[in-house]
Design a protein around this ligand. Structure first.
Ligand code: SF4
Length: 176
């Protein structure tokens, strides 16, 4: 089966994507989200992802959590929404592509594609550009129709569902 390295932002979004990919790929989740602040929020999302993937994914790869990696790429435009998000997408997708290539995955993708709150077309463009750079395929799909089902599944499993995107600035800007 085709091996997918799936950058995963949180459990509820994964459950939405799962509706579509479960019979298409062998999935490994990559939890690389240095944008999430504060640390307690990061831990909460990761713990809930572990509950969400039970019986579904092969495993979760968690990369080290260092918020300065995010800060470095958005420095100077941190208050500019949605411009800073493009840097945030690039950071996370670039790392995913790098790991996918290193570990010989067939394709990479991101659960951010399920969210109607993200800049979907920009994610698609950035994913394709990075795929060409790293010579590993980006699996694009418009998963947004599955967003509500993911949220409902998370509710059913009593998972935590965050109310903001991730960074400290998003707390005042985005209500999810
Ligand atoms: S709002 Fe979300 S996507 Fe944008 S920079 Fe903050 S964490 Fe990243």
């Amino acid at each position: 089966m085709t091996k997918l390295l799936l950058h995963t932002c949180c459990g509820p979004c994964f459950l939405g994507v799962w509706e579509d990919v479960q019979n298409k790929f062998e999935i490994t989740n990559l939890f690389y989200n240095p944008n999430i602040q504060p640390n307690e929020e990061y831990e909460k999302r990761l713990e809930n992802l572990k509950l969400a993937v039970k019986g579904k994914s092969k495993n979760i790869l968690e990369l080290s959590y260092d918020p300065t990696e995010h800060w470095q790429v958005i420095y100077g435009i941190e208050k500019e929404f949605p411009e800073r998000c493009l840097k945030c997408y690039e950071l996370r997708l670039r790392k995913t592509a790098f790991e996918a290539k290193k570990m010989s995955f067939d394709v990479f993708s991101t659960t951010l594609l399920v969210s109607p709150h993200q800049q979907h077309e920009k994610l698609k463009d950035i994913g394709n550009i990075i795929a060409a750079e790293y010579d590993v395929e980006f699996y694009y799909a418009d998963w947004r129709p599955f967003f509500r089902r993911g949220q409902d599944a998370a509710k059913y499993l009593k998972l935590y569902r965050q109310k903001y995107c991730g960074c400290q600035w998003s707390k005042n800007e985005i209500q999810m």
